[in-house]
Write a new protein. Structure first.
Length: 414
């Protein structure tokens, strides 16, 4: 009995409802209106506090300035004494001198009251400034907290987690509109990447199958000992062409897969990866007379072991194939430098102009040629290396060596 197909899932609910009534601009709680009300209210409250403090200080200063600088201690002999104005304590003063001393003492006392008012007002202003800055910092953090949420989601998406959404709640302001737009963009990106992965999987099957069938048929015909020599030669040529097509398809599919971020990661030692690559290329290097050297120190990174092995394999294969006819060498080293894992592949070889370095990383580009045209590969090796390195958050740098050859340096985060 056939299984009942699962019911189709309902499409995701849109974050923006076109039927929702649009509020007038002056009624919509936009960020501009909220910030205007917030900072306007803060300025009004600070002004009221400052006026109240100045009023209290001024009242105290007026009371201090209005205190009499002297007192009459003996009404019969009209004897006057003062602690604030010692000049009038002299009983031998004339009336004019006494009035002048009283006027000077009152001016001095008024100046002291004003100085106290100024110093206390400055202290009050300083205290209010500290409170205002602290309150403003807290309120700005509260207002800008949705931006921090958007930033964290964007970082998570940059780390290949396209399933994350902001789903910002709150007033219908500019930040919510930005968050909803960002969610819609992420939804489109996720659908696009899903479609791309599905296409890569389908293309992998559809392209590999006929090539595998062709290879099998050619090998069967070549295994016939009674086949004519011309037919055998033609079969070998077609088999080499088919093998080249298979390499091209594998390279294109790997390039398409490695352009995305790596979701499944695990600890991978670059020294072990480089050792595996050297074991696969050692026979070809011995056949070409290329000496392999270098020390591989442990350098553990988080990534995909198969793709990282492809980095080392492509670099070592290129270093062996693009070398000098006699006395050539390839040096492969791994180490941890400056908090990053480093894989360096150096070799002897033809002189490479510095202005052609960037062209080597383009698909189907080689030194001084645009298309593939040799038996050294399909022209995708360095493109795959750069794509895989970027997918792991790393970089690859190429530098011409003096006397010929290249130095390829791959850096990956530990």
């Amino acid at each position: 009995m056939a299984a009942t197909p699962a019911p189709p899932q309902a499409p995701p609910k849109p974050t923006w409802d076109p039927r929702r009534p649009v509020q007038p601009p002056w009624l919509r709680p936009t960020i501009r209106i909220r910030l205007t009300l917030l900072y306007g209210g803060m300025f009004l409250i600070a002004g009221i506090l400052l006026l109240s403090i100045i009023y209290l200080l001024a009242a105290q200063a007026i009371n201090t300035g209005n205190e009499p600088p002297f007192k009459i201690v003996d009404g019969t002999a009209i004897k006057v004494t003062s602690d604030d104005c010692p000049a009038i304590n002299n009983a031998s003063l004339s009336l004019a001198a006494f009035n002048e001393a009283i006027s000077g003492c009152m001016d001095h006392q008024r100046q002291v009251a004003l100085d106290n008012l100024l110093s206390r007002s400055l202290l009050a202003l300083l205290g209010l400034a500290v409170i205002a800055f602290a309150f403003g910092y807290a309120m700005a953090g509260r207002v800008l907290s949705p931006l921090g949420r958007i930033t964290r989601t964007a970082r998570a998406v940059a780390g290949s987690d396209l399933s994350r959404r902001i789903e910002l709640d709150g007033p219908d302001d500019e930040l919510k509109e930005l968050a909803d737009t960002f969610d819609d963009m992420l939804e489109r990106l996720q659908r696009a990447f899903t479609a791309q992965q599905r296409f890569v999987g389908n293309a992998s099957h559809e392209l590999r199958t006929p090539l595998a069938i062709n290879r099998t048929l050619l090998e069967v015909h070549l295994s016939d000992p009674n086949a004519p020599v011309e037919l055998q030669q033609l079969g070998k040529t077609l088999l080499a062409t088919n093998e080249r097509s298979e390499q091209l398809v594998e390279g294109l599919l790997l390039l398409a897969r490695s352009d995305n971020q790596i979701v499944e990661r695990g600890p991978v030692d670059l020294a072990e990866v480089a050792g595996q690559a050297l074991d696969q290329v050692r026979g070809e290097a011995e056949a070409k007379g290329v000496r392999i050297q270098g020390e591989q120190k442990p350098a553990v990174v988080q990534g995909n072991g198969v793709l990282l092995e492809r980095i080392a394999l492509n670099l070592v294969q290129n270093a062996v194939r693009y070398n000098i006819p006699e006395g050539g060498w390839v040096e492969v080293t791994t180490d941890v430098q400056g908090g990053q894992a480093v894989l360096v592949v150096s070799n002897t070889g033809p002189v490479v102009p510095a202005y052609e370095i960037d062209n080597l990383f383009e698909p189907f580009r080689r030194l001084r040629t645009e298309r593939t045209g040799s038996d050294k590969g399909v022209g995708l090796g360095l493109s795959i290396v750069r794509s895989v390195a970027r997918a792991h958050g790393g970089h690859i740098y190429a530098r011409p060596r003096e006397g010929g050859g290249l130095e390829m340096r791959v850096t990956l985060p530990v």
